[in-house]
Each structure stands twice: as C-alpha cells, then as structure tokens.
Design a protein around this ligand. Structure first.
Ligand code: PLP
Length: 432
C-alpha cells in the first residue's frame, strides 16, 4: 500500500490506468462500493460521484432499515415504541454509541437529534454566555454561511451589535488558508473579549482540517468556550472530539455519513459538562430522566451527558437511515477508512498536479494531516460552463463561485478508477 508521512503523501503514484486498476485490486475496502446505489450517467453507467461532501450515496441496506420501521408502524402502531424490532423508545441510544466511535467521543458525550444549525443554536443557548465585557464570537472568515448567520443572530439575540461582536479569523492577504499564528495574535489581543470560538472542523470551502486540540487549548487558555461544526469532518477525518477537549460540537449525517437528505444531526458535549445542572439550556421532555419521563408530572430531571439536550422524541425513520449507515462505518472502522482516504486523495492530487500550474491550483492543504478526502480545485480562466460539461461527462462534483470545483473521493465507495477517469474527463474538457 502507498504510505503517508507527516508532511506529504509519498509520491509513488503512477499516471496510467494500470496503476488505478492495480490499486483497486489491492484495496481491502473495494467491495464496499457494491453496497451503495450510484446515480447513472446518460449512457446508463455509474456516475463518477465525488460529492460525498455534500450528500453521501444511499447504502443499499437503508431501504430495509427504513422498511423495518414502516412495518412496525403498520403492524404495531404505538406499540412499536416498546415492541418494535428495534423499539423506537431506545432507538437513538444505540446510535449514539456507534456515532461516538466515528467522532472519537465517549457514548455519554454524543446524541443524535435535530438538525445541524438548530443544534448549534441549542448548544449556544448553553455555552454562549456573554457578559458586557466578554461577548464576542470568533469564527473563520469563510465559515459556512449558516454558521455565520447563526452566530450573528445569537449576538443580536443577546442585545449586541453583530458587526462589533463578530471576530473573523482570516487567511492572510492573497492566501487561501488560515494559519495558527494569526489565531494566536487575535486571541492575545482580543481573547479577553471573546466568549465563544466556533470553527468548522474541516472548512467546507478549502477542505482545510484544523487542529481541534490546538484551537481548543488556545481558546481555553484565553477563557473562551470552544465549539466545532463538524459537518465536513464526521466520517471523513479523525476528529478525536473527546481528546480535543472541545466543549461542544455538532454535525449533520447526510454528507460523509450517508444517511439521506436532511437526515437528523448529532451533537457532542464534553464529558466534563455531563452532570452540570447549572448550564442553562432549552429543555424538552426527551432530555428528562427516561425512567420517569412518562410519569409526565415530575419536574425536569435532566439526563446526564449530551442526551440531556434532547427536546423531542426523534424521527425514527431518519434514525433508521442513520443506523443502516453507521453499521457500515462500524464494520469498516475509521482507521481503515482514513488510511484509504489519504491514499485516494493523494492520488487525485498527484493526477491533478500533472495538469500544470497554469491550469489549476489546489487550494486544500497538501499535508494529508491537514485535510480529509476533499480537494478544492481552483480552475484558472474557467466559469460554470466547465462544471456543466463535467456533469454532462458523468462526473458529479460541486461548483463554488467564482471557479472552484470541490471533489471528494469518499473511501467507502470511490475507487482509484473513479479518480483516474475524473481527471481524464477534466483534462479532455480543458483541452477542448
Ligand atoms: C459546514 C456546514 N455547516 C452548516 C450547514 C447547515 O446544515 P443544516 O442545513 O443541516 O443545518 C452545512 C450544510 O451543508 C455545512 O456544510
């Protein structure tokens, strides 16, 4: 197998199709590709699907998991809560355990609930505790818009000016990626005014995977609470959320976690907050002690850990899709996935670089430790017609204005041949 070092992928990649065929043959995860449905191109062939960073493919097993809930609902109706194949009352709890393995957390630190932006708000209700002198929120300058809107609205909700209250961690002029010395400078000068740091673990645009532990330690040193949006990290990189020391995190399940469009999200709350009853929160009956929940008349008695942030009984049809996907993840394990991911993305990088610096620039860090599987490719002198031609040629990638294509070879279902043909088709379009 190709090996990775700390800095760069060892470049023993080769450019011909033979190399891709050989790597696919050696790939111990190759058979997992058959467990997914691929959209078809106009010739009826599997598309080259490179948008797991946006919406992951459907596992073939998902239908059975969802159907099992449908059948229980049809046959048992309300009794499905207690007597279903997987009783609905405890369905979420099993998922929290599997999900915890994927993000490097303890089961008590994870809950599957709500959707991502909603979770960020609920978590900020607990962890963003502004005072007159410490009320600012630090985010990346090119954070995902929903995160920016969310923190701006939190500032306004607490009576602060959203321009004054927002501190942006920017990439240096003419650079694409942020660096830690700038973050240190911001914290040294303004840290005493910053109440919360909220960063995307993997930046959605550049694909830069941040050092969560380093950011958390820096933030904590300056008295800030630190949270992460792990939408582009969960199922993609080793997040090690517990060891990072982060206070909270949330992520969706429809990207690398292949759980279907709009499927519900998950949250992490660090164990050190698990039994803290003084943390203010918005509450609902599902966060109440499950032993006494149905007595209905008791005062709120919060469940320990992340589960105590639940409000409502969860949508079990969505949980079923998540369960189908997590079972595949747990069977493979993040370690093997990440190993293949580094090799596959390194291969994509190798082939793209052969197109020449006059044609493309890869924005994503070239250090495999600072990225997941996504590469963001700046195509010089291109516009969206290039992306349209790419789609016409059966390659599904995604386009970000002004001229960036994001390609994410997902190690669970993408092959070395996918990567090879993707670059061949890009080359053909660029040569037109
Ligand atoms: C980094 C990031 N944050 C937040 C969101 C918003 O997610 P949701 O619509 O599930 O709240 C997305 C959606 O793609 C995202 O990529």
């Amino acid at each position: 197998m190709l090996e990775t070092q700390n800095k760069k992928t060892v470049s023993n990649y080769k450019s011909g199709l033979d190399f891709a065929l050989e790597q696919d043959q050696k790939d111990e995860l190759a058979s997992y590709r058959n467990q997914f449905h691929f959209p078809k191109d106009k010739n009826g062939r599997d598309c080259i699907y490179m948008t797991g960073n946006s919406l992951g493919l459907q596992p073939k097993s998902t239908k059975d998991y969802v159907n099992a809930v449908m059948e229980d609902w049809a046959n048992l109706a309300v009794e499905g809560h207690f007597n279903g194949k997987n009783p609905w009352l405890s369905y979420q709890e099993g998922l929290a355990e599997s999900m915890a393995k994927i993000v490097g957390a303890k089961p008590i630190e994870v809950v599957v609930m709500n959707t991502l932006t909603a979770n960020l708000h609920f978590l900020m209700a607990s962890f963003y505790k502004p005072t007159k002198t410490r009320f600012k929120i630090l985010i990346e300058a090119d954070a995902f818009p929903s995160d920016k809107y969310a923190v701006e609205s939190q500032l306004r909700h607490h009576g602060f000016d959203d321009k004054e209250g927002l501190v942006l961690w920017k990439a240096p002029k003419n650079k694409d990626l942020v660096n830690y010395s700038d973050l240190e400078t911001i914290l040294e000068t303004q840290g005493h005014e910053i109440a919360l740091i909220l960063i995307g673990a993997v930046n959605y645009y550049t694909g830069q995977f941040y050092d969560l532990k380093r950011i958390t330690e820096l933030g904590h040193k300056h008295g800030c609470i630190v949270g992460f949006d792990c939408a582009h990290g969960a199922g993609n990189v080793a997040l090690n959320l517990h060891d990072s020391g982060a206070d909270f995190a949330s992520w969706c399940t429809y990207k690398y976690l292949n759980s279907g469009p709009g499927s519900i999200a998950a949250c992490f709350v660090h164990e050190r907050h698990a039994y803290n009853k003084n943390l203010n929160r918005f509450t609902g009956w599902w966060g109440h002690n499950k032993e006494t929940r149905f007595r209905m008349r008791d005062d709120f008695d919060q469940l320990p850990g992340a589960a105590g942030w639940q409000l409502s009984n969860p949508p079990v049809l969505s949980l079923a899709a998540i369960k189908a996907s997590l079972e595949i993840f747990n069977e493979v394990g993040m370690e093997k996935l990440i190993k293949k991911s580094k090799n596959l993305t390194g291969y994509l990088e190798f082939l793209l670089k052969q197109l020449g610096e006059d044609t493309i620039k890869i924005i994503t860090p070239n250090n495999p430790q600072e990225r997941g599987c996504q590469l963001s490719i700046f195509i010089k002198n291109a516009d969206k017609t290039l992306h349209d031609k790419f789609t016409e040629a059966g390659v599904i990638s995604d386009w970000r204005e002004p001229n960036v294509i994001r390609c994410a070879p997902a190690p669970l279902y993408n092959s070395y041949q996918d990567v090879y043909y993707l670059v061949e088709r890009l080359k053909a379009i660029l040569n037109e």
